[in-house]
Design a protein around this ligand. Structure first.
Ligand SMILES: [Zn+2]
Length: 111
């Protein structure tokens, strides 16, 4: 395992750090938070199945040895639904004219 690779606490998949959500138990306050902070951290795929499993089995709490507040899960579910909406809108959205998203939303490898 290369240094910048991490493992998902739910499905055990190994992937680059950037592919995962990071959940951190901040040192020394032991507050559990997302993405930022120094302390013990666990990684989770930004996927419905992995989030569901992590929540159901308390994989995050067990790995961090801390209580994961419900807001953390809430935020992650919101991330998921937000990206679902984004995927959905780029598929059908063609009304963007002068906005900044036209550049990145342009399909540059269409079949
Ligand atoms: Zn996973």
């Amino acid at each position: 395992m290369r240094p910048n690779q991490r493992r998902c606490v739910s499905c055990r998949k190994i992937a680059p750090k950037a592919d995962f959500w990071r959940i951190v138990r901040v040192f020394p306050s032991r507050t559990v938070q997302l993405e930022k902070g120094m302390g013990r951290s666990v990684y989770l795929c930004p996927q419905h199945s992995c989030l569901q499993l992590a929540q159901k089995k308390d994989r995050l709490g067990r790995s961090l040895k801390a209580v994961v507040p419900p807001e953390i899960y809430q935020t992650l579910w919101q991330h998921l639904s937000a990206s679902d909406r984004m995927i959905g809108s780029t598929m059908v959205e063609s009304t963007a004219t002068d906005s900044a998203i036209t550049e990145s939303a342009k399909p540059d490898s269409s079949p």
